[in-house]
Design a protein around this ligand. Structure first.
Ligand code: NAP
Length: 547
């Protein structure tokens, strides 16, 4: 059955998917292929998800292009050719448009439409989804592909409305070029987005002032154009690569050295880190197996990177200010092109806002506790309300009218089963939801695994005439506990990061990501499916338990 409702008539379809990024596009492809009527809702006027919005200068992915792909179609993989080691935002957006065209996906995507609410009707066993424009649709399955880091965090700093210049957030960058030529620009934030934007803006602006709260580790990306020969080999290697990324811990076929950093002498370690530094990207994280688990081991990598900062930044005082003290890798490992070198430019200055906090944005610029900085433009590279932010923007209500936000006590008690489902919300699936491994690796690999698992599950339900699937409370309690215990065995929980919710004032702290790795997680999900969806209640339309 298809047809969307307009003029107060409710449309019935099999599945509603929210978001037309990597997740939504592939989910649509699979649902349609399996014969389910599907509608994707997307707030933007095009496909791409985060890559539609993140158009800031220097925006690039930190996964290598040949792995930052769908792998479900060999034909697609071979038809598309990346130009360089790390794909730029415009290229990724072109890729996703290419995918949408190739599989004729747009005809089932409703663009410029934001979903306001999704309610589960317990009597009818259906989801009622309402758009901000008041349109309604009813679906058996409700699937979120809203992204883990797509709800912008714009800090509420007094006076922003009074600012007479322009201001931007990296995640909501205008479509047209923003020209900073001759301007005094201030940038707040130096995470992955800021570290990419800073060198590019510095080249254009008259002056760039970086307002830094926490210094960050970053390692050189060593980006370079791909040669024809490299691409030919990558395409030839498709099947092997696909197998490797799917079994790997982080969705990349990069072997981890299965040895403690403390087993090597300081000289051997230095050599290993130098090699990883030269190889580019976040290879240092793969140099030893205990960098994210052992403080002493981590300190060896952290200190290596600090030594590189001191070597690169000419002014020792600035180098010191740029040197982080948290455990490397416990905030997202950043890779860059000329980030630390940029601080050697005469038109760049660094302001430590932990020492002198921002007090106000004035008509003319930013006033900190000890100075006022006149600016023509302010860039917020201040990140996102991660993991739960985009889910909570929609009023999602399950059985007994309980909202997801209330069930998860605003994020402080997030409970999911496998990061895919949550008790009380039947027939709802989250692609890369909280407590899945998602952001701790190469996202397309995580997304494909989720989409394929959800598709297999829906096919199974159809085959067995099962109307309702719902995670059991005890299964999600056990999964959440397991996720928490795994996270606590690492250093991740020691950092103040968006991973832990520390970046959003008032947000509950917790580590809502499965740290056990993509491959082991895939095995666990497969095991659940192979055992007839163990941990889920499966019911007929009359709510008789089938299993
Ligand atoms: P982020 O990593 O959360 O960094 C935000 C930055 O803004 C941090 O420096 C943070 O300081 C600062 N900040 C936040 N709130 C602030 C406030 N109220 N006052 C002053 N400073 C504040 O955000 P992001 O850089 O946008 O990156 C988010 C994630 O997106 C990344 O971790 C990554 O997963 C993904 N991403 C990936 C790429 C890539 O593939 N290369 C590029 C961009 C983004 P503190 O550190 O003190 O909190």
């Amino acid at each position: 059955m298809t047809a969307t409702q307009k003029n107060n008539q409710v449309t019935n379809i099999d599945a509603v998917v929210i978001g037309a990024g990597f997740s939504g596009l592939y989910m649509l492809y699979r649902l349609r292929e399996a014969g389910f009527s599907t509608r994707v809702y997307e707030a933007a006027d095009g496909v791409g998800g985060v890559w539609y919005w993140n158009r800031y200068p220097g925006a690039r992915c930190d996964s290598e292009s040949i792995y930052y792909n769908y792998t479900f179609s060999e034909e697609l993989y071979k038809e598309w050719t990346w130009t360089s080691r790390y794909p730029e935002q415009p290229e990724i957006l072109r890729y996703l448009n290419f995918v949408a065209d190739k599989f004729d996906l747009r005809r089932d995507i409703q663009f410029n439409t934001r979903i306001k609410s999704a309610y589960y009707d317990d009597d009818l066993n259906r989801w009622h989804i309402r758009t901000e424009d008041g349109e309604s649709v009813s679906a058996k399955y409700f699937i979120t592909g809203v992204g883990c880091i797509s709800t912008a965090n714009i800090p509420s700093i007094k006076g922003l409305d009074n600012f007479e210049g322009e201001w931007y957030h990296t995640g909501h960058w205008p479509h047209e070029k923003v020209d900073f030529t001759g301007k005094r620009v201030g940038i707040i934030g130096n995470g992955s987005s800021g570290v990419q934007a800073i060198p590019v803006i510095a080249k254009e602006a008259a002056h760039l002032t970086v307002f830094q709260r926490t210094p960050q580790y970053s390692t050189p990306a060593k980006n370079n154009p791909y040669t024809e020969e490299f691409i030919r080999q990558a395409k030839e290697n498709f099947h092997e690569m696909k197998k490797e990324v799917r079994a790997s811990l982080g969705g990349l076929p990069i072997p981890i050295n299965n040895q403690s950093a403390l087993e090597d002498s300081p000289e051997e370690r230095r050599k290993a880190y130098e090699k990883a530094w030269e190889a580019g990207g976040a290879r240092i994280l793969f140099a030893y197996n205990d960098l994210l688990a052992n403080e002493e081991a981590n300190e060896t990598a952290s200190e290596f990177i600090r030594s590189k900062i001191r070597e690169t930044v000419k002014d020792p005082e600035t180098a010191e200010k740029l040197s982080p003290t948290y455990y490397y890798g416990t905030k997202r490992a950043i890779i860059d092109t000329d980030y630390f070198e940029t601080y050697n430019r005469p038109n760049v200055s660094l302001v430590e806002i932990k020492k002198a906090p921002i007090q106000e944005i004035t008509a003319k610029g930013i006033r900190t506790a000890d100075s006022e900085y006149e600016l023509d433009a302010i860039v917020f590279a201040t990140g996102y309300d991660g993991m739960t932010g985009s889910l909570f923007k929609i009023d999602i209500r399950g059985k007994d009218d309980v909202s997801l936000k209330d069930k998860w006590v605003n994020g402080s008690e997030t409970r999911t089963y496998l990061g895919i489902a949550t008790a009380g919300f039947p027939n709802m699936f989250m692609i890369t939801g909280p407590e899945s491994p998602s952001v701790l690796g190469n996202m397309p690999v995580a997304i494909e695994q989720h989409v394929e698992w959800v598709m297999d599950c829906i096919n199974y339900l159809r085959e067995k005439n099962i109307e309702i699937i719902e995670a059991k409370v005890e299964a999600e309690e056990a999964w959440s506990k397991h996720c928490g215990e795994l996270a606590d065995s690492t250093l991740y929980t020691k950092a103040e990061s968006w991973y832990t919710g520390a970046n959003i004032p008032g947000k509950a702290r917790g580590f809502q990501i499965y740290v056990g790795g993509y491959g082991p997680y895939r095995d666990k999900c497969d095991e659940v499916a192979n055992k007839g969806y163990e941990g889920f209640s499966l019911m007929s339309s009359s709510k008789t338990t089938v299993r």
